[in-house]
Design a protein around this ligand. Sequence first.
Ligand SMILES: Cc1cc2nc3c(=O)[nH]c(=O)nc-3n(C[C@H](O)[C@H](O)[C@H](O)COP(=O)(O)OP(=O)(O)OC[C@H]3O[C@@H](n4cnc5c(N)ncnc54)[C@H](O)[C@@H]3O)c2cc1C
Length: 668
Amino acid sequence: MEGIDHLAPERSKSQFDVDEMKIVWAGSPHAFEVSDRMSRLVASDPAFRKDNRPMLGRKELFKNTMRKAAYAWKRIIELRLTEEEASMLRSFVDEPAFTDLHWGMFIPAIKGQGTEEQQKQWLPLAQKMQIIGCYAQTELGHGSNVQGLETTATFDPKTDEFVIHSPTLTSSKWWPGGLGKIATHGAVYARLLTDGRDYGVHGFIVQLRSLDDHLPLPGITIGDIGMKFGNGAYNTMDNGVLQFDHVRIPRNQMLMRVSQVTREGKYVQSSVPRQLVYGTMVYVRQTIVSDASIALSRAVCIATRYSCVRRQFGGKKGGLETQVLDYKTQQARLFPLLASAYAFRFVGEWLKWLYMDVMKRLQAGDFSTLPEAHACTAGLKSLTTSVTADGIEECRKLCGGHGYLCSSGLPELFAVYVPTCTYEGDNVVLMLQVARHLMKTIAKLGSGKRPVGTTAYMGRVELLMQYQSNVQKAEDWLKPNFVLEAFEARAARKSVDCAKNLAKFSNPEEGFLELSAELVEAAVAHCQLIVVSKLCFRFIEKLQQDIPGKGVKQQLENLCIVYALNLLRKYLGDFLSTGCINAEQASLAGEQLRSLYSQLRPNAVALVDAFNYTDHYLGSVLGRYDGNVYPKLYEEAWKDPLNDSVVPDGFQEYVRPMLKQQLRNARL
Ligand SMILES: Cc1cc2nc3c(=O)[nH]c(=O)nc-3n(C[C@H](O)[C@H](O)[C@H](O)COP(=O)(O)OP(=O)(O)OC[C@H]3O[C@@H](n4cnc5c(N)ncnc54)[C@H](O)[C@@H]3O)c2cc1C
C-alpha cells in the first residue's frame, strides 16, 4: 500500500492550478520557495521528530524541547540562514519553546521600548543567544488590567539603582513563557516609584539567573507554574512564576525610549512620542492573525483529506459507501472553515501593509490613523483567534471518533492553540476596546470629523440606517457590492443601537458596563465587516488584476463569497432584526451557499494541498498526503507504551484478585 496516492482521484477532479495557488497562499514566489525549503529541511531531519510528544512525561518532554531548540539554532548557524529563513525553520519545528518568547517578545520589547544605546547594549547579546529573555508582565492577581500590576521598581538615588520588589503574593509574576526554567533575563513590567510618586507601569531589563551556573540571582525566586491543558501541547513551554525580594538593577536598565528617570530621580518624557510603542503591538497582533490562518488551515487540511477517505453508509449492493465529504452537512461545517482559513491568510497580508503604513506615518509624526489601526488589529486578533480555536475543535468533530486520538494531531493542535484567545489580550477585553473606539467614532460624527480607515463606512451612517438590500435572485449574492452593503448596514446599525442605549445612562461608564455584552456583539459585527470588505474589495480587486494560473481566481472568488454568506446565515438574527435583508433574501443566500459548496467539493483536496504542508508539519495520521489512513492508524496504535507488554503492569496486583474474587486478601 506504501507509495499509492489514495487521494489521487480527488486530486484529478480539481479545476485549478494548484502550484499557482500555493504561491498565492504563500504570498509570493519568494515566500513560497523559502517556506517550502525550510519545511522540507525540518521534515527530513529525524532530530525534529514530534510524533511521540503526547506520550512523554513533562521532564522528558521539556528536555526534548531544549534539545530541539539548541539543535535548530545550531542548524541556523551552520546553514547561515537569513532571519526570514530562521524564523520559518523555527515555525516548522512546530513546538512551543522558550525561544518563541525570546525572539517574539523580549527582542521586540527592547527594539520598541529601548533607547538606541540600550539596543546597542542588549540586542547583540540577545541576537547571538548569549542571553535568553522572556516577557514578564502578567501577575498572579492581574493580567488584563495591566495598570493594576503590583510589582514595584523604586528608584534609589543614593546608589543610582532601581529596587525591584514583589510586595504581595498576588504580585508574583505568573505565566511568562521561558521564565520557569530557562530565561536568563526578563523584560519585567513594574510600577515606577520615584521622587515620591507612582508613575505607573514601565518596562525594565532584569537579569534573573547567573550566566555561569544558571542559578537564580540573590533575591529572586523562580519556578515553573505546572502542567497545562493537553498532552504534549503547550507543556513544552516553561511558563513561570517569579518573585523579587528587593532586587537591585542599574538605572540604565529601565527601558527608556519614551520616558526616563534622571540621575536625580526626576521622571521625564523623552522627545520620542509615546505612540511609537503601540506600533510594536500592531506588529505582534498582525503575526497572530497570520498564525490563526496557519493553525486553522492545518486543521482544515486534516479534516478535508480524512473526509475523503472516510466512508459511511450508502454503499449499494456491496459497492463503496459514501465519502463523508459528500454529505451536505459535512460540507456546510467544513467549507466555511476552509474559506475562513483563506480569508484570514489574506487579512493577515493586509495587516502587514497596515503595520508598515502606520509605522511610516508615525515616523512622519502623523498619529491620526493610530487609534483606528490599534482598534482594528485588536479586533482582528480577537475575531480570528476565536474562530480558529472553535474551528479546530469543529474539525476534530468532523473526523468523528478518530479525531479524538492524539495521532490525528487535532487534540494537540487545539490544546496548543486555545490560549491564543487569552494571551496578547483576552479576546473579550479586546472586543470591548474595539467597542469603545466605535462609540467614540459615532460620538464624533456630528462634529464633521470624517471617520478613517476601517470605520470610514460610519461616515455614511445616515444612508446605512435606511439601507434595504436589493438582492432578488440567488446569484445576486455573488456580487461583492450586495454582500458588502449588507454587512456595512448591519455593523452600523448595531453600533448606533448601542450608542442610543448608552445615551440613556447619566454615567457613561456605568452604561458601558451594563451594555458590554451588546457592545461586544457590535464590535464583532464591525470586525466581520473588516474581513469581508478586505476580501470583497481589496482582494477581489487584486484578483481582477489577473492572477495567473488556470481557475485560481474562480476558486478564490468562491471562497470569499462562502466566507461572507456563511456569516450572514450564522448571524441571520442580526441581519433580519436590523432590517438590512428580508427573509426571502436570507433564503436566497442559503441557496447560493449550497451551490457554492457543490462547486467547492471537487476542488476541496486541491485547495488544502495548496497550503503545501509536509506530513511532518501536519503531524496527523488522518491528514496524510497519501490518504493511507487505516494501516497507519493501526501501526500507530501499537506504538503506545501500553502495548509494550501484552499483560499490563499492575494486572497481577489489582485486576487478577478482582477476577478471582480475592480482593479481600489483596494488598491494595
Ligand atoms: C499559555 C499562556 C502563555 C502566556 N504567556 C505570557 C507571557 O509570556 N508573558 C506574560 O506576561 N503573560 C503571559 N500570559 C498571560 C496572559 O497574557 C494573560 O493570561 C492574559 O492577558 C489574560 O489575563 P488574565 O489571565 O488576567 O485574565 P482575566 O482578565 O482575569 O480574565 C478572566 C475573565 O474575565 C474577563 N474580563 C476581564 N476583564 C474584563 C472586563 N474589563 N470586562 C469584561 N470581562 C472582563 C475575561 O474576558 C475572562 O473571561 C500567558 C497566558 C497563557 C495562557
